[in-house]
Design a protein around this ligand. Structure first.
Ligand code: 5GP
Ligand code: MN
Length: 339
């Protein structure tokens, strides 16, 4: 766990000073983001706090089974109410992100709010906006950190089935079911404890992975058959999707989740990109196998960041020119992509 401690956070959090708590997470929350938020929500509620989760945006429907999900406020739909609650909060927990840019228009509101901020996160290069940090890049997921946070506070006995299920889901998602190299022996120990506390592994896998719309599968077929490009000389794969395609397949939030991994399944491919013309900006996802640094690539060229093997970015250019820019960069990385 890398020596993380709650020594300073705990007395403050448990004091009467902290009654109203806001939890927020990155835009378009995934299972780790929403699972960690809900796991923490149930825990803090058990401590007698009044807790509100504010998501910057909507999230995929395969996460809506998580206990407490119906209590989440979507900032895009309830900006005024979310702002009032945030301004009145005594503490703001920021989960699974480390840069206020990642919560869109909610960012300045959180930044200006008087409450101390607590960052619980596992991404590189945190920005300096939090009073307290419970963060490391050596942990599989923010959900694993929520487990560590609760146990470090001496409250392992408060982890019930609801908490266990939410954080187990996030660990499963961020480790690709315990297969990515971020999975440690500690991750497995945490998972074992969560199962003992009531998390149903098979059921959670099914809820996360066998819970999609037919149109997602139609889109998947189309992407694999017609849209997956391979550049063997650079060991790279690419998928791009424009607005007409998103419309044709009635794409909803979460429907393209995992598509960036298709390319990596091909023998010899070390680097894979998914470029989508989403609502406001062109969004990019990068994945690699081995040493190719997706996060550096994303940060240098596409205003993004993330982890070594999984990163993302965005562009204000058109889809076409973003794709051209991506392709034009590959020769520069030929050596790194060969490794
Ligand atoms: P995804 O491809 O699933 O959207 O994101 C994978 C990882 O890349 C995320 O966990 C996050 O760390 C990072 N990431 C994605 N998009 C961005 C972005 O626009 N900016 C930064 N800094 N990181 C991103
Ligand atoms: Mn995460």
């Amino acid at each position: 766990m890398g020596g993380l401690t709650t020594e300073k956070i705990k007395p403050w959090l448990l004091s009467d000073e902290v009654q109203n708590i806001v939890i927020t997470t990155h835009h378009k929350p995934d299972a780790d983001a929403l699972g960690s938020s809900l796991g923490l929500y149930h825990y803090l509620t058990k401590l007698g706090k009044s807790v509100t989760i504010i998501s910057p945006t909507d999230y995929p429907m395969n996460l809506c089974w998580m206990p407490g999900e119906d209590q989440v406020i979507n900032f895009e739909e309830h900006a005024d109410r979310a702002t009032v609650i945030t301004n009145d909060a005594d503490a703001i927990f920021c989960l699974d992100f480390n840069d206020l840019k990642r919560i869109n228009e909610f960012g300045p509101i959180v930044g200006d709010a008087k409450a101390p901020k607590v960052m619980i996160d596992h991404h590189r290069e945190p920005k300096d906006f939090a009073t307290y940090q419970f963060a490391t890049i050596e942990t599989s997921s923010t959900c694993e950190l929520i487990y560590d946070f609760i146990t470090e506070n001496g409250h392992a006995d408060l982890i019930d089935k609801n908490i266990a299920s939410c954080i187990y889901a996030g660990i499963v998602a961020d480790t690709g079911s315990f297969r990515f190299n971020s999975t440690s022996s500690h991750t497995h120990r945490v998972a074992a404890s969560l199962i003992e506390a009531g998390a149903d592994s098979a059921k959670i896998h099914a809820l996360l992975l066998d819970n999609f719309s037919l149109s997602r599968y139609r889109l998947m077929g189309y992407v694999l058959y017609e849209k997956l490009q391979v550049f063997p000389e650079y060991n790279t794969a690419l998928v791009s999707l424009d607005r007409d395609e998103l419309k044709k397949f009635d794409v909803k939030t979460g429907d393209t989740e995992g598509f960036v991994n298709f390319g990596l399944g091909i023998k010899g491919i070390h680097f894979s990109a998914l470029i989508i013309d989403r609502t406001v900006r062109v969004k990019m996802s990068f994945r690699s196998q081995g040493s190719f640094p997706c996060n550096e690539f994303a940060a240098k060229h596409f205003n993004g960041g993330g982890h070594l093997n999984a990163a993302g970015g965005a562009s204000d250019d058109s889809l076409e020119s973003t794709v051209e820019k991506f392709k034009a960069l590959l020769p520069e990385y030929k050596q790194a992509l060969d490794a």
